[in-house]
Design a protein around this ligand. Structure first.
Ligand SMILES: NC(=O)C1=CN([C@@H]2O[C@H](COP(=O)(O)OP(=O)(O)OC[C@H]3O[C@@H](n4cnc5c(N)ncnc54)[C@H](O)[C@@H]3O)[C@@H](O)[C@H]2O)C=CC1
Ligand SMILES: O=C(O)CCC(=O)C(=O)O
Length: 448
């Protein structure tokens, strides 16, 4: 067994057998960067692989808060400070009942390489709680956020660790978290969180950035084949922040959005989800906080499929998973290929299983791993941090053009690295290697 496999087997799989998502993320990474690790003895000498898979710090804490009816609830809070070689820890907070150490470690691990790919000075981190915001009142969410920050505040700061949103954490939660930080730290540290509301430190285009960035990346992939998104049918999963703005950008570029979904099921609208239909989804999800199945009550020509994912429900040239991890498995990949899919661009983190990824690659689908194609969100968080430090604001056009440039550069870095290491056109290999090289160099430069 090579030393690389020994690390994967002994220090990841045998040590953390229950951490399935973390094992999956490290396995994808190790398989992609193996040629780099094995070709230069410095990586073994400096124990880069052994170090990069262990968080620099893991913080786990109790979050106690009160329901509207006076009941006391207890949740787990976490922050994984994974790697600070390139800058302060940076990555979102996820509030969802499925949150545990495995999920957050995989997300924090992905974040290291994603943040590296942006070219910005950002380390990798992730955090969150098993708190479920679904069905909670605004007051309950506020009390939870205040209780969460009452512990987290001692571990974050604009030059230490800068959380942002993820599943279940949007502008409302970031506002409550920021308010509590400011109060108990007695410090208006404008850059302690990103994803803030525009008007008190937030950046224009941050809400749009992950979805827009993912579509910009897909457009770059299509360009390599002399093609574009215009006129293409696009299946999108999810109906939250990333899905909403991926859908908007697809529409702006002349594509047709055929589906949106949530954990209850999928809506298929053969006429396309744009204009007033897209506006309806924005109101439904961001204001009413309703379920996607309500869409078909308003637009009865669309169909709702309870408990189904979008992938086998309609033909499409492009698929953009934008909901959660492992939401596209081997059967889904087969259905996509059968139905003529030529591009899969991941908006969510690790939505495609390892088997499904292999199948898509074998079938010559242009496949963009999330650490490259969804990096626009954290990149624009980086731009928000720059604006906060300079105490000024860039226009929408300025931020969007910087975001676009960053996505074009990430796309090119992936292509270059894939070609250099013998896998031309393989964005999984390219993204992992390009992301890894910058972090590994910083780790070696900084000693251990
Ligand atoms: N918000 C951001 O800037 C970034 C988010 N991401 C990733 O994008 C994905 C979506 O995040 P957001 O849109 O921010 O969250 P969100 O909370 O706004 O939306 C999440 C969406 O996923 C759906 N969903 C959640 N669990 C599901 C399940 N088990 N089955 C089916 N659908 C499910 C929800 O119903 C919702 O439509 C996540 O994987 C997140 O890590 C990645 C990069 C940046
Ligand atoms: O903007 C950020 O810092 C977080 C984005 C994020 O959580 C992600 O890239 O998965």
């Amino acid at each position: 067994m090579s030393w690389v496999d020994e690390v994967l087997e002994k220090q990841v799989k045998e040590r953390w057998p229950w951490q399935k998502e973390f094992i999956q993320a490290v396995t994808e990474f190790v398989n992609a960067v193996r040629p780099v690790l094995e070709s230069d003895p410095k990586y073994k000498k400096h124990a880069i692989l052994e170090r990069i898979i262990v968080p620099e710090r893991t913080i786990i804490f109790r979050v106690t808060w009160e329901r509207d009816n006076g009941d006391i609830e207890v949740n787990y809070g976490y922050r994984i400070q994974m790697n600070s070689a390139l800058g302060p820890y940076k990555g979102g907070l996820r509030f969802h009942p499925t949150v545990n150490l495995s999920v957050l470690k995989f997300l924090a691990f992905e974040q290291i390489f994603k943040n590296s790919l942006t070219g910005l000075p950002l380390g990798g981190g992730k955090g969150g709680s098993n708190f479920d915001p679904k069905g909670k009142s605004d007051d309950e969410v506020r009390r939870f956020c205040q209780a969460f920050m009452t512990e987290l505040y001692r571990h974050v700061g604009s030059d230490i660790d800068v959380p942002a949103g993820d599943i279940g954490v949007g502008a409302r939660e970031i506002g409550y978290l920021f308010g509590q930080y400011k109060k108990i730290a007695n410090l208006h540290d404008g850059g302690v969180l990103t994803g803030k509301t525009v008007g008190w430190g937030g950046s224009l285009i941050r809400p749009e950035a992950t979805g827009y960035g993912c579509v910009y990346f897909a457009e770059e992939m299509l360009k390599t084949k002399g093609d574009s998104i215009g006129g293409k049918r696009v299946l999108i999963s999810g109906s939250g922040n990333v899905a909403q703005y991926a859908a908007e950008k697809v529409n702006q570029l002349g594509g047709k959005v055929i589906s949106l979904s949530d954990s209850g099921g999928t809506v298929i609208d053969e006429d396309g989800i744009s204009g007033e239909k897209w506006e309806y989804v924005m109101e439904l999800k961001n204001v009413k906080r309703g379920r996607i199945k309500e869409y078909v009550e308003k637009f009865p020509t669309a169909k709702y499929y309870e408990g189904k994912r979008p992938w086998g429900l309609a033909e499409a040239e492009i698929a953009m998973p934008c909901a959660t991890q492992n939401e596209l498995d081997l059967d889904d990949a087969k259905a996509l290929v059968k139905n003529g899919c030529m591009v899969v661009a991941e908006g969510s983190n690790m939505p495609t299983t390892l088997e499904a990824t292999d199948y898509l690659l074998e079938n010559k689908v242009l496949f963009a791993p999330g650490k490259a194609s969804n990096a626009g969100g954290v990149a624009t968080s980086g731009l928000e941090m720059s604006q906060n430090s300079m105490r000024l604001f860039w226009t929408k056009e300025e931020v969007d053009s910087k975001l676009h440039n960053i996505m074009v550069n990430i796309h090119q870095s992936c292509l270059d690295a894939a070609k250099e290491f013998g896998h031309p056109g393989n964005y999984v290999v390219g993204a992992n290697i390009a992301g890894f090289l910058r972090v590994a160099k910083a780790m070696i430069d900084q000693g251990f």
